[in-house]
Design a protein around this ligand. Sequence first.
Ligand code: ZN
Length: 154
Amino acid sequence: MYMAPQNALPSNFMPTAEPNPSDPALESLLEQARQVALNSYSPYSRFRVGAALRLNNGAVVTGTNVENVSYGLTICAERSALVSAVSQFGPDIRIEAVAVANLNDAASPPCGACRQMLSEFILPDAPVVFPAADGPRTMPFSAILPFAFEMKLK
Ligand code: ZN
């Protein structure tokens, strides 16, 4: 009999259909993600995405997707924001919250590549707000990437 995998979720985990209304900072982060999506360079897919990262130094860094005619070179909004954050503040930054938005009214949770890249800088309990099929959803990072790749050499 098939048994669904039991992902370990934080004991305080509560999925929400909307950004937590008691966290206006998260709502503001989502608005900044929407704003930066206006800068998207996406002539091939026309899928305009924005991401905003709130860092532990108080800064918010945004990024948008930048496509290329050699499609595989395209960078997502989340990684665009991440490389910008490290470029501006160095490798010791930690991400406290992530917001992702798109202007296409479509679901766009962070892709696997972006989750893996974020995993080296993000706090495990950091909320990630993203457009799901039924609207904005907020989940802790540890729930959207429970088994990040790690390399611990012996
Ligand atoms: Zn991505």
